[in-house]
Structure formats: structure tokens, C-alpha cells
Design a protein around this ligand. Structure first.
Ligand code: GYE
Length: 327
């Protein structure tokens, strides 16, 4: 149990004592079971993609390695489940709450509850749109706007010196999620400089392979000419590849494909030339998260924004790093 929890426990005990006239042995303060471990409540988005699976593993492995008592709850893609989980972490009086918000909006009420309970919150992977930054201690994760820009920059280079229109279809992530909003915005911002680039269709594929495939099928039916697919993650791109192949076209050749994440399956498709470019988004946030959780629990000052280091991959680069790729 960290300093904060001890303070909270003391406060709870004092309140309980004054209310009941006696001090119970554990008035619900601190759920660490008295073994001195930091208790971290973590609400995960779900299991929608390879990225998410790797992210979950990173968090669970790092918690075990650093002696953190992790209370892990999977929200199955639903904000209401995340709110429930956060409320239950507050009731359990965990030391620190971390979560990866399914969508950007609608967190103020529950985060105020955590703040009132004096439980520090860490945003992991995805941001929220609340202007009240006092609702969380820090936000660790990637710069999704930058990722979208990197995708756009590759495209601009790829079609340099050509004037024919370039028809782009876009598979967006979960509606309202920070990576969907930002990857769209960053990409649009770069390609708007040249009117030959046209996003002819843009729809959500929910960050999943199944939806990516299904939506690509409809794009292929409704669009007479598709030059490029920009998918907000590898999984949707991989689903789309199946649809493109089923339609008798060659992914990576007939339709150029750009994705984000760089998970193993995506990198394999990239090395085979079925994807042309991947912007990396690292899911390995576990070690940094544990470190930040310990710091905020000890009342240490931490940066409001902790960025993840990332790169981009071409097919050649994918071939080189694939043998070492862990996820
Ligand atoms: O890119 C996608 C996942 O929030 C960065 O969520 C994450 C995104 C990731 O489902 O594959």
C-alpha cells in the first residue's frame, strides 16, 4: 500500500470511528491485502486488435515483474463498462487507477469521483477531451496526429511528380476514439496540400479485422477506382487484404496500403509486399506505466504527457526486424 492509500485508510478509519464510535479493523481502505504492494486498477478497452493483445500482455507482465498488484478489467469495447470498473476501483480503494479510454468524451463525472476519493488517475494509450487536466496525473501514449501525418507524408512522396487523381479509401478506428479522430486529422492535414489526393470513402472498421474486411468489400463494390487504402490499424488493413484478394486484386500493387501499429501480422504482410507502409505505434506501455504508477502513488511530480518512441517501416525494414518482433 502506498503513502496515499495509507493516508486514505487513516481518513476512512477516522471517519468510521467517529461515525460508529469505534475503529473497525479494516474499514475498506486499501485493497492491497496488507502485503505492501501497490494496487493498480486498470480498465482495458477490450481485445479488438493485435495491438491491444500485446498491450494487455505488456501491462500484465510488467505488473508481475515490478511487484504491482494489478486489478485488470476488460471493458469489451464499452465505455459504460469502463465507468463501472473505475467506480469499483474507487470503492475498493485501489492506490492508482489507470485506463485506456474507449472514446474521448464523457469522463468528467467519474474522474471527479476518483479525484474526490484522492485516487490518482493515469491515462494510458488514449487521451480524453476534457479541458480539466486536473482529472488525471499524466497521459502516457503515442502522438496519433503525428502517426496520421507520417502516413500522409509517405503517400505524398510515393505519388510525387504525378498528376493523376489518387483515390483513397479510409478505414477509421472506433468512432470517437482518440486514435481514430487523430489519425484521420493528421493524414487529412498532410494530403490536403495537393488536390490530386481524394478521400473517396471513409468509414469505421472498428479497429477489427472482421469489420475491416466487410467495409472494404463495400468500398470495392461502390468505388469504381481505388488507388490507396489508409487503415487506422493493421488489423483492419489485414481484413481488407482478404477482401481485395477475394475481389481478384493484388493488395500492395493494385491498391497501395498504409496502416498503423506494426504488430507481427501487419509486419509479415508488409514484408510480403501486401502492405506498402506501416507507421509504428508501440503497445509496450507496461514498464513505463508501472514506473509512473509508483511515482504518482509516492506523490512525486510527473510529466503531464509521456510520449512513446516510434518509427515507420517499409517492406525492406520489416524483413529485417521481423525475426526479432515479439508481438
Ligand atoms: O492502434 C489499435 C487499437 O489505442 C493505439 O487501438 C490504440 C489503438 C491501436 O485497437 O490497433
Amino acid at each position: 500500500m502506498g503513502k496515499r492509500s495509507l493516508a486514505a485508510l487513516a481518513a476512512t478509519l477516522i471517519t468510521a470511528a467517529s461515525l460508529a464510535g469505534c475503529a473497525g479493523d479494516d474499514a475498506g481502505g486499501g485493497s492491497g491485502g496488507g502485503d505492501g504492494k501497490l494496487v493498480l486498477g486498470f480498465s482495458q478497452v477490450g481485445a479488438e486488435s493485435g495491438w491491444r493483445t500485446a498491450n494487455t500482455k505488456s501491462i500484465q507482465d510488467s505488473a508481475a515483474a515490478s511487484g504491482v498488484d494489478l486489478k485488470f478489467v476488460d471493458a469489451q469495447g464499452k465505455q459504460e463498462n469502463q465507468i463501472k470498473a473505475i467506480r469499483s476501483f474507487i470503492t475498493q480503494r485501489v492506490d492508482v487507477i489507470a485506463f485506456s479510454p474507449v472514446v474521448e468524451s464523457g469522463w468528467d463525472t467519474v474522474l471527479k469521483e476518483a479525484k474526490d476519493a484522492d485516487i490518482p488517475v493515469i491515462l494510458t494509450d488514449r487521451a480524453i477531451d476534457s479541458p480539466d487536466t486536473s482529472l488525471y496525473k499524466t497521459f502516457i501514449g503515442s502522438d496519433f496526429v503525428l502517426e496520421g501525418k507520417k502516413a500522409g507524408e509517405w503517400l505524398v512522396k510515393e505519388y510525387e511528380g504525378r498528376n493523376d487523381p489518387v483515390n483513397i479509401v479510409e478505414l477509421q478506428g472506433t468512432p470517437g476514439a482518440a486514435p481514430a479522430n487523430d489519425r484521420k486529422a493528421g493524414f487529412a492535414d498532410v494530403i490536403k496540400a495537393d488536390p490530386k489526393f481524394k478521400v473517396v470513402a471513409s468509414q469505421t472498421g472498428q479497429f477489427t479485422r472482421t469489420d475491416g474486411k466487410q467495409v472494404m468489400e463495400t468500398f470495392l463494390k461502390s468505388q469504381p477506382k481505388i488507388d490507396v487504402l489508409y487503415a487506422h490499424n493493421d488489423d483492419m488493413g489485414l481484413g481488407a487484404i482478404e477482401a481485395i484478394e477475394a475481389a481478384g486484386k493484388k493488395p500492395g500493387t493494385d491498391i497501395k496500403i498504409i496502416t498503423v501499429d506494426a504488430v507481427k501480422d501487419g509486419m509479415t504482410a508488409l514484408s510480403q509486399g501486401k502492405i506498402n507502409y506501416i507507421v509504428e505505434c508501440s503497445p509496450l506501455l507496461g514498464p513505463q506505466l508501472m514506473d509512473l504508477a509508483k511515482k504518482v502513488n509516492d506523490g512525486e511530480q510527473v510529466e503531464q504527457r509521456v510520449l512513446t518512441e516510434e518509427t515507420t517501416f517499409t517492406p525492406e525494414q520489416a524483413k529485417q526486424v521481423l525475426p526479432e518482433r515479439k508481438y
